[in-house]
Design a protein around this ligand. Structure first.
Ligand code: ADP
Length: 477
């Protein structure tokens, strides 16, 4: 029942309103009970009865009427005004007349009339007014008495039972409190709808957008609206949707690239094996050529599959690295030796400056893969008679620095920032003379270096050559 925001808001507003009204009602009730305010209005009423009866009584006295006539007039006033009228002796204050048929005030002395309402007593200086307690039965009465001008031997008292705090509260405070409650509640209904609308509307929009993303429509952006917290959620949703959309795109591109890079060698393999089968490649030379192409393309596929496996392992966190102390001086010497034949065939001179450095902690096979790839790239992109130089440093920052520099064709500035992306290749036609890669080599190199808590940078100038620098932390801490 109270699942929706506006009903919850209404519930809480209602609770606050009722609590506030209860507190106010309690305070007002205490005021009604403890202050003399509830006597003020009845005393004023008695005063006004007294002043209007006064003329009538004076008329009776002036026309020679006796106490009996006075009593009759008073009797009539008592009935008409619904008050009790008493006559007391001015000096002794003893009651000599009681309009009530029970007559039980006769003989009582009216003393100790407390005036709880100072305001009232100050205004009526000549009168005896206030709260009086019947000395015998303890009943409490409000009295207002004034001596009759020509007959000031007597004081005429007008008496009434005082209102209870509850009746006073009911008469004066109940309706205003009700009214305040109704107005506050109506306002809170409007407020609840307004606030819940401003929160719920953007949330509903978000829910719809999230639903659309769940259905595969990733191009979702919601407008930022509502309170700051909701805006924050919307903004996080937008960046999440953008991220999901981008990674979907990356995945699609990845699949397209992989398919393309697998299809090309497969087509060549199928074509050339067909030629062998149907006898199109009949001469020994043609057969030799077909076999060598099939071999090269199969190797290319194997290399690509190995690279894809590496990436998949890195991505899923399954690439476990050995944690051994690796002597980079030895490792780079081996890399240089393993590529020496290839360098000689290409007519490229490979030099190295390999001082002794502290060991790095890592996987020797994977580090060999990193530097073989960098030196291999340098060889692929350097012309005959070119130079490739390997340099090992140990700087003060507890890092080992390995640089692989060539004076090959270099990389245009626009491509340099992207060469570590998967499948990114600088002008594919440039590498035609070498067995073509798939643009995954440097992506894997960077991942491997980062798995070793290191980093890699590339500098290059077209026509002058490239410099790849790998920083690896030493095992020293
Ligand atoms: P691949 O595996 O296809 O060689 P890489 O990821 O290793 O791809 O390299 C990405 C791109 O960077 C390649 O297309 C290549 O043209 C360029 N590149 C890498 N190393 C060098 C280098 N030493 N000199 C010039 N270009 C290079």
């Amino acid at each position: 029942m109270f699942q929706r925001l506006h009903s919850r808001l209404l519930l809480s507003y209602g609770f606050v309103i009722v609590t506030a009204l209860l507190i106010v009602a309690l305070a007002l009730f205490a005021f009604a009970a403890l202050s003399g305010a509830r006597y003020l209005q009845p005393l004023q009423q008695l005063a006004s009865i007294s002043s209007s009866a006064r003329y009538e009584l004076l008329r009776v006295v002036q026309s020679g009427g006796g106490l009996r006539d006075l009593a009759l007039t008073l009797q009539q006033t008592a009935v008409d005004q619904n008050v009790r009228i008493l006559i007391a002796n001015t000096n002794s204050r003893e009651i000599i007349y009681d309009s009530d048929p029970s007559q039980n005030w006769l003989g009582i002395t009216v003393q100790n009339v407390n005036t709880p309402t100072r305001l009232f007593s100050a205004a009526q200086t000549n009168a005896i007014s206030g709260l009086f307690e019947h000395p015998e039965n303890g009943s409490r009465w409000l009295l207002y008495g004034e001596p009759l001008a020509n007959l000031n031997r007597f004081v005429i008292f007008y008496a009434q039972r005082p209102p209870t705090p509850l009746s006073f509260f009911r008469e004066y405070f109940f309706r205003p409190l009700w009214g305040a409650g109704i107005i506050a509640f109506s306002l809170s209904i409007l407020l609840a709808f307004w606030i819940s609308g401003s929160v719920a509307r953007p949330l509903q929009q978000l829910a719809q957008a999230a639903e659309a993303v769940a259905q595969g429509d990733y191009a979702q952006q919601v407008t930022l609206a509502g309170p700051q917290e909701v805006r924050q959620v919307a903004s996080s949703f937008n960046s999440m949707a953008a991220q999901v959309s981008q990674s979907q795109q990356v995945q699609r591109d990845f699949v397209a690239n992989v398919s393309h890079d697998l299809k090309t060698p497969l087509t060549a393999i199928t074509g050339w094996s067909q030629a062998l089968l149907d006898g199109t490649a009949s001469s020994a030379a043609a057969q030799q050529r077909a076999a060598s192409i099939i071999y090269n393309e199969a190797e290319r596929m194997a290399r690509l599959v190995a690279q894809l496996l590496d990436l998949a392992r890195i991505e899923s966190g399954q690439m476990t690295l050995a944690q051994t102390a690796v002597d980079l001086r030895q490792l780079l010497t081996d890399v240089q030796a393993s590529l020496a034949l290839q360098a000689r065939e290409q007519g490229i001179q490979v030099t190295a400056v390999l001082p002794s450095v502290p060991p790095v902690i890592g996987d020797p096979d994977r580090l060999t893969q990193v530097f073989t790839n960098l030196v291999d790239n340098a060889l692929k992109h350097t012309e005959r008679n070119g130079r490739v130089h390997i340099q090992l440093h140990h700087d003060d920052a507890k890092e080992i620095v390995v640089q692989v520099q060539d004076n090959g064709n270099g990389i245009p500035a626009a491509d340099l920032a992207r060469i570590f992306e998967r499948f990114y290749q600088v002008d594919k036609s440039r590498t035609q003379q070498f067995p073509r890669g798939a643009g995954l080599g440097l992506a894997i190199v960077r991942e491997l270096v980062e798995l070793h808590h290191g980093r890699i940078q590339a500098h290059s100038e077209v026509g002058k050559g490239s410099l790849f620098t790998v920083y690896l932390p030493t095992g020293e801490r």
